[in-house]
Design a binder for this molecule. Sequence first.
Ligand code: TYD
Ligand code: MG
Length: 454
Amino acid sequence: MSKVKSTFCCQSCGAQHSKWLGQCSSCKQWNTIVEEIIKKESTPTLGLTKDQLSSKIQLISDVDFNNDPRLSVSDEEFNRVLGGGIVPGSLILIGGEPGIGKSTLLLQISLKMKHKVLYVSGEESQQQISRRANRIENNSENCYILNETNVETILTQINTLNPDLLIIDSIQTLQTDLIDSSPGSVSQIKESTSQFLKYSKKSNLPVFLVGHITKDGGIAGPKVLEHMVDVVLQFEGDRNNLYRILRVKKNRFGSTAEIGIYEMLNNGLRAVHNPSELLISNNKLDLSGNAIASTIEGIRPIMIEIQALVSSAVYGTPQRSTTGFNSKRLNMLLAVLEKRAGFKLGTKDVFLNITGGIKIEDPAIDLAVVAAILSSNFNIPLKKGVCFAAEIGLSGELRPVPKIDQRINEAEKLGFKTLIISSQSKINIKTQNIKVVEFPTIESVLKILFKEQD
Ligand code: TYD
Ligand code: MG
């Protein structure tokens, strides 16, 4: 009779203990340790022969990797994010908030594949998936669906169907016979992933795993999950807004600087190729509190619109509220404005909004943020056709920002007439239709910003 073994596993970091503890000694989290029963210790052969499972030593230069070209996805945006397609035998984890569109994105990709795809869902029935596929409007001959949560059954089914791509939606719903704990527990997630990892490395089958995320925004389950896989993608965006960004957090076969931008429509996700045109409103009105900044998302320059509202505070403590911008950075910019340029906004409420529901961390939008705030404060619109790209330092100096040439090109392409940057910037390109104006400090910019209206 096999002995029943149990372990006390921390649900936060995955550390294993020999007895129950109130606080995990590894990650110091409270109440995260749960007893989990391990059924068997031996790992099954995953339907592969012993020969296929055993590894052999090879000279590095003898290893032929050109034989396995990347699988191309018909979605160009997705291909680019992955660094030029799906690498055979890779494990790709995609995380994101519930309802953001992970299942939609992967189903859409499966439907458009020219290779045989198996889409395994532990969350939705085959009817539900099929209804969604109908909505996305595609009748694929290559996409098979399976509603299953048992890892061993899935592996057996794969052996029968022999797909070229496997999609698991989601890893938290899976359960392996090796472990007795409930689906979604740390050891189940770890073990199930490791089974797919072994299978994909041996059989060269690329696997997409959908991962739920926790309250804090990390992928649910142990951190080791992110170490195990080859690529970690994050699908994010504001659920009340149409735009979604696919970011790369880790990529063993490409750059992590790439991003993909999508728009959620009634019939699935559409790749956005010219984000700047969508993110800037075509408002013909001269409104105060609006400024346009040039930012870089991944490796792409994007023009975004910043809106500020400054009003007298009703309560004793003025409110500072931001959407898509770091509120600590806003406080810093307000302090610089007061100390270096003499604008006292300490008694005013300041609201800041980046349009399109996008979060921006690029400090190059600092100057545009300050311009929007002052424009709202004085209730004077900024001059038309002006945009900004400069970081603001604590002494009120304008600091140069990286990739300035690309930013200038993008602003010129979109028809802007003036781009305000730091005088320390090094420009290597010649411009024809846009005037690039350089300033050393925030004070010097503000002098000319509202000049025409005065
Ligand atoms: P879903 O892909 O189920 O999200 P996740 O798998 O990340 O939880 O999210 C779908 C959301 O998108 C849902 O609220 C409905 C909406 N949606 C559309 O707007 N258009 C569509 O074509 C589809 C399929 C879904
Ligand atoms: Mg889903």
